[in-house]
Write a protein that binds this ligand. Sequence first.
Ligand code: SAM
Length: 329
Amino acid sequence: MIQLIDSYNRHINYLRMSITDRCNLRCIYCMPKEGISLIGHDDILRYEELLRIAGIAVKKGITKIRLTGGEPLVRKGVVQFIAALAAMDGIKDLSMTTNGLLLAPAAQRLRNAGLKRLNISLDSLNPDKYTMITRGGDIKQIIAGIKSAQEAGFAPIKINVVVIRGVNDDEITAFARLSMEKNLQIRFIEYMPVGRENGWEQERFVSTGEIMQKVKTIGPLIELPSDNGSGPAQMYSIDGAQGKIGFISALSDHFCGTCNRLRLTPDGKLRTCLFSDAEVDLKSTIREGCNDDMLSDIINTAILSKPQKHHATEQVFKKCIRGMSAIGG
Ligand code: SAM
């Protein structure tokens, strides 16, 4: 089996492809209320370019692909794109991160196309607060999206919750209870300083340790072995629960030593670390007419430059320039 190994002996097998920087929400932790300046349509990778990169990456040893954005479901043709990816030999896991707004009418088609797993962002269970955090989202649409996804056979569905002090940290126990009642995997994510205009301040940051203490007030946490789909999340469940709870501690306990990821931005830049602004421009190389061997060599060089660890927590928390919606969370 072909394996991609970086300079620190990490096995790179996971590609996150952001297929658009467009989003139908403006979450307060992700972008400013006026939105971000968007990448020009001609500069967004076309589906055939995305498939070419994915095909080369899979031949090199990538086995997991996640589609993200922006909001991946706003891009026209995404279902056909998923079907083309799913037909590639070598992809064992094909998933998507979505805000769920457009999910209800699309869930069955996504499933039929070959999408295997879904992560849905839901940062509050309170309708008004949800609208405030997303700057306009209607929680009813997300709930309908989750229901349709369950009916379409997606299981378990992961719910991403970015915890922000003074915003939704009072809902940690409510989310934990939800994991008891429903077969959902609630993933508490530490608020990260990604992009310059995402409102991140040290005072807003809530560590996994603190989140866990709150969860434990409703019942003891049982540690679970991490499975193939849990990624960097430390997995637990509360005794008797139908679902699980994951903690993603990107800052308080960074998991760089086991990082297996590459990220492709919507404008075709390959990033080897979420927090590093170092990027390799695959789009220009493709559009200049390079052949697959050249593209493959460029990907190799990028992988060998993957940093040993991120520097977001050194001395002062350091923000990277590109925002999450333009990288792909
Ligand atoms: N639109 C989709 C969505 O809302 O899930 C996909 C893109 S979004 C950028 C991907 C993930 O990044 C979401 O789960 C979101 O919560 C997370 N995210 C965005 N900004 C973040 C931040 N500053 N800290 C932690 N997670 C963040």
